[in-house]
Design a protein around this ligand. Structure first.
Ligand SMILES: Cc1cc2nc3c(=O)[nH]c(=O)nc-3n(C[C@H](O)[C@H](O)[C@H](O)COP(=O)(O)OP(=O)(O)OC[C@H]3O[C@@H](n4cnc5c(N)ncnc54)[C@H](O)[C@@H]3O)c2cc1C
Length: 430
């Protein structure tokens, strides 16, 4: 696969069922009665379940997902900026059930690697031959004194898992007076969706520019640089006066004291090396770690992420359990939805091969992260990845960043972003 597939055909192939054919695998219906339990029906989990079932319809695949509906994080920044409705990023599980996957809505409370069983809060127990875990991220609230899951749910949303907090942040922006201050606190590396905070800042700025032009955004960052840095800086200059006296956005980096250590919830005031900042609307995106169940199941390393064999995504701690998506250590792949989707297809191929006594095909992966800086101004970063030695590597010369500014190209990039959203959600939930 690695040597014959171009970036264009790989992008096409990994966007649909043809991904399996591209891996040199023909779907079969064998006499197997093997059981696979998938923990988490988000992007990684739902993709793995669907594609495993497509590979071998006789495998009994069960997805256990805590919520009845899934809100995509991708395009949630457009909801916050007022360019898209929350219902537009909501997806159900009928599609997955239609592929023959058993969908159970319950919370997984434990995974017993020795006895190969998964237990749920609802008191159920599921045996498995192989388990695939894709629980997304959890948050290190403790890194900012005063912040907590409860505060995030009630008054200072992180909105880093889409849903009610996305709506809360949007509503707070709408309620804010013109001339107000929005403070955004991005996380430390590594985190889900590296360009995400900066797309959010851009789309909040686009809303304020149109509806509350006397308002300001202060970004207090624990980093000195971020994904697509040059493209965002250039966009902020063109649209929001960045770098001038009248800039709508003020970005205070780590070296300037941007690392926030404390929040006073009642007054929405944060403290960092650069001083105290009082917000009218405060968005703290905490630093991140693997989803809680990964910790409970003993799948995490001392950095709080799940080490895996990068060819099969099988945990290097517990045999028989695979981890995909944001929780896994799959660097240089980023923690993105596109990467989770790509990893899940490779993982499905590995699980299929293991359960059927076949050799695993040579995998490859793809990722593109789009961001919209302002309506009509889209940018992207793309990369193709291969497996070499015992790890995932970037394919030299593949991918890259959006090039020199060209209004027509930027409009096309925005259209590609929206088209990618339609395609990936159809691929995962359709
Ligand atoms: C603002 C924002 C914008 C983004 N934009 C993009 C983008 O443009 N492109 C892109 O590629 N990526 C984007 N991402 C990143 C993308 O959303 C994630 O990388 C992706 O969702 C990771 O998939 P996952 O399967 O690891 O986790 P998730 O999709 O979060 O799925 C985890 C699922 O597991 C469930 N779960 C967790 N624990 C349990 C349990 N104990 N029992 C049962 N169920 C459980 C959860 O309910 C959830 O449904 C963005 C993220 C954010 C925050």
């Amino acid at each position: 696969m690695k040597q014959t597939i171009s970036r264009r055909s790989l992008l096409k192939a990994t966007a649909g069922a043809s991904a399996l054919a591209a891996m040199g695998i023909s779907p079969i219906a064998s006499a197997s009665t093997k059981k696979v339990v998938v923990v988490g029906g988000g992007i990684g989990g739902a993709t793995a379940a669907k594609y495993l079932k497509k590979l071998d319809s006789s495998i009994d695949v069960t997805v256990i997902e805590a919520n009845p509906d899934y809100y995509t994080c991708f395009m949630s920044n457009e909801v916050i900026g007022g360019h898209r409705d929350l219902n537009n990023i909501k997806f159900g599980y009928k599609g997955l059930a239609g592929h023959g996957v058993n969908v159970v809505h319950d919370k997984v409370t434990g995974i017993d690697a020795a006895n190969k069983t998964v237990k749920t809060a609802g008191g159920k127990s599921f045996g498995y031959d192989r388990c695939i875990v894709s629980p997304g991220v959890d948050f290190k609230y403790e890194m900012i004194e005063g912040y907590s899951a409860e505060v995030a749910e009630t008054s200072i949303p992180h909105a880093w898992k889409a849903g009610p907090q996305t709506k809360m942040l949007r509503d707070q922006l709408v309620a804010m007076k013109d001339g107000g201050t929005v403070v955004v606190v991005p996380p430390t590396n590594p985190f889900r969706c590296p360009p995400g905070p900066y797309e959010r800042i851009s789309l909040i700025a686009s809303y304020l520019k149109e509806h509350k032009p006397n308002s300001k955004i202060v970004v207090l960052d624990p980093k000195n640089k971020f994904s697509k840095f040059g493209l965002f800086m250039d966009g902020w200059k063109r649209h929001y006066g960045y770098g001038t006296e009248n800039s709508m956005i003020k970005w205070i980096k780590a070296d300037e004291g941007g690392t926030v250590t404390k929040v006073d919830v009642a007054s929405k005031t944060v403290t960092c090396g650069a001083g105290e900042f009082k917000a009218d609307v405060l968005n703290i995106i905490p630093s991140q770690k693997a989803g809680k169940i990964a910790f409970d199941a003993g799948l995490t390393n001392d950095k709080g992420w799940c080490p895996i064999d990068q060819k099969t995504f099988e945990s290097t701690i517990h045999a028989g359990i695979h981890v995909v998506g944001d929780s896994s250590v799959a660097s240089p792949l980023p923690k993105s939805g596109y990467a989770a989707n790509s990893e899940a297809k490779v993982c499905a191929a590995a699980v299929y091969a293991m359960l059927n006594g076949k050799d695993m095909v040579e995998p490859s992966w793809v990722n593109t992260c789009y961001s919209v800086i302002h309506p009509g101004d889209g940018i992207s970063v793309a990369m193709v990845y291969a497996y070499e030695g015992d790890k995932i590597v970037k394919v030299p010369g593949a991918g890259g960043l959006t090039g020199k500014f060209d209004p027509a190209l930027r409009k096309r990039e925005e259209a590609y972003a929206h088209s990618w959203f339609n395609n990936i959600t159809a691929d995962v939930f359709g």
